[in-house]
Design a protein around this ligand. Structure first.
Ligand SMILES: [Zn+2]
Length: 144
């Protein structure tokens, strides 16, 4: 089974904003940090101004281990965005992290054929530097 050639893909660079800046700063250092409500303990992603669970505004970014399971996936057979043409077919996955149930992270399954993407499959975060400022948290298969 062939693996996607991500080396030929120039990804669009995410632009951090007021809410996502701490997420990107941590990722650049190889740490996955998610926004956590200090009132009820709920992790959420993407970051937001208030807790989606209890509406509190006391939110902080806290590191998580970055292990979880595939919650949903889509196999991309065609590149809607031409920049991704070299990688098709590839798996776009939604991951639910063990420590942050309900906080769903989107990414690509790297280092494995797209056919390995299955709901419930264990994955762990890895970091893909895009440039000096932006490192993209991505996922690979995990053994536990
Ligand atoms: Zn809350």
């Amino acid at each position: 089974m062939m693996m996607s050639d991500w080396s030929k893909v120039t990804r669009p660079i995410p632009v951090p904003n007021e809410w996502t800046k701490p997420f990107w700063e941590a990722a650049r250092q190889g740490v996955l940090k998610l926004q956590r409500c200090q009132a009820c303990g709920h992790f959420q992603h993407p970051p937001y101004a208030t807790c989606v669970s209890c509406m509190a505004i006391d939110l902080k970014f806290e590191p998580v281990a970055g292990k979880g399971a595939i919650y949903a996936y889509t196999i991309m057979y065609h590149a809607g965005d031409k920049r991704f043409a070299a990688a098709v077919p590839y798996a776009s996955i939604i991951v639910e992290l063990d420590e942050a149930p309900g906080a769903l992270m989107a990414g690509n399954l790297l280092g494995a054929p797209y056919t390995e993407a299955k709901v419930g499959r264990r994955v762990e975060v890895m970091f893909e530097p895009l440039n000096a400022e932006i490192t993209l948290p991505q996922f690979r298969l995990a053994t536990d």
